[in-house]
Design a protein around this ligand. Sequence first.
Ligand code: AMP
Length: 355
Amino acid sequence: MLKPGATIGILGGGQLARMMALAAAPLGLKCHIFSPKGDNPAFDVAAAFTEADYTDEAALHAFADAVDVVTYEFENVPARTADVLAGHCPVHPNARALAITQDRLTEKSFIRDLGLPVPDFRAIDSLDDLKAGMAALGGFGVLKTRRLGYDGKGQAMIRPETVLAEAWAKVGEAPCILEALVPFDRECSVIAARSANGSSAAYEICENEHRHHILSRTILPASVSSQLGHEAMAMAEKIAAALDYVGVMTVELFVAGDRLLVNEIAPRVHNSGHWTIEGAETSQFENHIRAVAGWPLGLTRRLGRIEMNNLIGDEADRWEDLLKEPGAHLHLYGKAESRPGRKMGHVTRVWPEKA
Ligand code: AMP
């Protein structure tokens, strides 16, 4: 268990690391951010930072010696980086959670083997595999690279009219997984925190809307039955326990009729959990910090009806209007440059629960 005044090392210098560092400060914990050269808005709010590549072993050793525990804000931490750091200090979440979630095939297989529902899927390593897979799925599917895909990148939707060779070229002929196309009613997610002693706490299921494959809006309560909501929370806690996970984890789900299907796991705090800063008893960022520090988790109770909107690209230019709006909680990430599709901030509104 860390003592107040201890230092948490965070790999990655984006808005998620920034909000982790902001959550650590009131608890008397310091953060040291490690991130390659670039726009690193987390550096602005951290006690210390190291600007170096994830392959720079001398820098990694010095960083690990300066911190008491290491965590990360993104799942594509190179395995070697995690190994080097783990030689010095605890790394949470653990290497196995990283390895499983870095590869969509091992991830989906792991979830299925836990007995949880996932879309029908199969491995694709060649155009012939793709042809055979699509014949089995009846003409509708989603082809995704096993590694390094996010926000719809490294993906191709396949319909009966799709030329399969073009879809295969679109994903760079990289090892893939092919999934059945789920006719979902809505996309949801559940955030769960788990501490080293095995206690866990899930946040209520939230409903997510995307634009151009990027999260645009999160609302709570989600339009799902309370039974499905509880099932979703139980799924997240089951996955976290099976991974012996320490920290905050996110499970993205499809809701189709009265069924839930797991789409993917993010081994980290998540954009769809930003609502927890003002909308829950304890934010996802604070609970992540508490968990990696070995501290008791805070309550996850929702405090009202909630809407979180991302401010993408020039949407953040509305900041003055948002500041004037009573009850709108504005977050700007302090990024140096605004680009279309870039997450520049978010705004959360919390209303009293209807009587
Ligand atoms: P992912 O990168 O796996 O989160 O996928 C990005 C988006 O593609 C999801 O948020 C869905 O909108 C859509 N998508 C992914 N997989 C499927 C699927 N099997 N069926 C239908 N839509 C999907």
